[in-house]
Design a protein around this ligand. Structure first.
Ligand SMILES: [Zn+2]
Length: 456
């Protein structure tokens, strides 16, 4: 199948690069109101481009914030699956500008990498789907699947208008799978699909002892120090195996499957190199898990900030009245952010010394996500990656969260396929962001093959 579109892709790589560069020249910085007109210009550019290549329906839709670009083609027919492509055309601010080797909105190629803000995150990855569609349209090849695109302009500022928009347009956005290319592959030449994302539960613990800061010479020895009390509470949150001691913390956690662990063990993940890159020689994981497993597929509890007492230069013999800690847990499938926050609250209430009062605040939560690896779209994508790269692809998990994935899954009631071609070395959100043109081209060919396999 799809020989003509694949031939078209290999014959038009230079033109594809030029089109992506045009898109990248528009500084669609969603965070900065001074660039609002450019954000809209990027939406208009994308909509025009989609119309030009042959999409029958293309619209720039208002959301209350930056617009979304919607496009669809249902010509494959009701007996073929429908793919919804989600991506974003907005970009991170480029600051600090002086750390860029070349200006962020003047794309240039160095050593096969296209340097520009948004090249990998996410304009380059959005354009893989656009160019795949072009390859079908320009060769007169019928699309093997029905296509819907929703490309938003607020991803880098929290996607606040996206969930309400999708909620209000559920019928129009109905699909069999959501495909998102906004993640990384395992490594150069090692294709992978992200099938798990961790969630988050974030709380703050505020302890108060005496009602004012005290002189440690006058009061020291007679009262409990909130900093000491909080340090003890925090130290007791892990046991000797570096497992979290909060009662019920691991309840419901979906255990890693043996085949999953075996596949990851094959990957060229060098723990010493990984540690060396952050200035360490020794890591710390939950007992029985590798660093790769512990950073992507196991839950964590970490202090993200703490404060108490005197913070200035030199010494001050204060006995503080208050101490606080900001604590977050990365969550895995089977855990729920609200439930974990409540278990943390109960833990601190139970262990709080009677010398202290506590104010416990739940700050933020996000659901973990785990995809069904047996769904037809997954198989079609794994086959497409194998055809493009000439080797098997891996199911990976990511340690971070992508809140929009959980939202889209929940509202539309279908699974997501995270088909990413980024690399952690792409410097997204940093100076000198870049995207390998080889990966851009491989991504286009993979999307062509994926649609063919999925619609077959
Ligand atoms: Zn992104």
């Amino acid at each position: 199948m799809a020989d003509a579109p694949l031939d078209y892709v290999s014959d038009h790589l230079d033109a594809f690069d030029a089109d992506l560069s045009d898109f990248l020249r528009i500084p669609s910085i969603s965070a900065d109101p001074a660039y609002a007109a450019d954000v809209r210009r990027a939406a208009d550019w994308l909509a025009d481009h989609l119309s030009q290549i042959g999409f029958p329906t293309v619209e720039v839709r208002e959301t209350g914030g930056h617009p979304v670009v919607f496009a669809e083609d249902r010509s494959a027919g009701a007996d073929k699956p429908t793919v919804l492509v989600y991506g974003h055309y907005d970009v991170q601010p480029p600051d600090p500008l002086d750390l860029w080797t070349s200006p962020p909105f003047e794309p240039v190629v160095r050593d096969g990498q296209l340097y520009a803000r948004g090249s990998a995150d996410d304009k380059g990855q959005v354009m893989m789907h656009v160019k795949a569609a072009e390859a079908f349209y320009k060769t007169g090849t019928p699309l093997p699947v029905n296509l819907k695109l929703i490309i938003e302009g607020e991803e880098e500022v929290g996607s606040h208008h996206l969930a309400p928009y999708v909620d209000a347009h559920q019928g129009e956005l109905a699909c069999d799978v959501i495909v998102i290319s906004d993640t990384a592959m395992f490594d150069q030449g090692i294709p992978s699909i992200t099938v798990g994302l961790r969630g988050l539960a974030y709380v703050q613990v505020n302890l108060t002892g005496p009602d004012r800061d005290l002189h440690s010479g006058v009061y020291g020895g007679g009262v409990e120090n909130p900093a000491n009390a909080l340090a003890k509470l925090i130290a007791d949150l892990h046991d000797a195996d570096h497992r979290v001691t909060v009662e019920g913390f691991y309840d419901g956690v979906v255990p890693l499957k043996a085949d999953e662990r075996a596949a990851w063990a094959e990957l060229p993940f060098d723990e010493a190199k990984w540690l060396g890159e952050i200035g360490l020689t020794v890591g710390k994981t939950e007992k029985g898990y590798t660093i790769l497993e512990a950073t992507t597929a196991r839950p964590t509890l970490d202090v993200n900030g703490m404060g108490s007492g005197y913070q200035g230069e030199g010494s001050k013999t204060v006995l503080p009245s208050k101490a606080f800690a900001k604590i977050s847990c990365r969550l895995v499938p089977g855990q729920d952010p609200k439930d974990i926050a409540q278990k943390l609250r109960r833990h601190f209430e139970t262990h709080l010394p009677d010398t202290m009062t506590m104010d416990f605040v739940e700050l933020h939560g996000g659901q973990p996500v785990l995809m069904d690896t047996d769904q037809p779209a997954m198989t079609a994508a794994m086959d497409a990656l194998r055809e493009t790269y000439g080797r098997d692809a891996y199911f990976m998990r990511e340690g971070g969260s992508i809140p929009v994935v959980a939202d889209l899954k929940r509202i539309l009631g279908v699974d997501a396929l995270l088909l990413g071609f980024g690399l952690t070395a792409d410097a997204i959100h940093s100076p000198d962001e870049h995207f390998g043109l080889d990966r851009y081209h491989e991504g286009i060919a993979t999307v062509v093959r994926f649609w063919g396999n999925y619609g077959a």
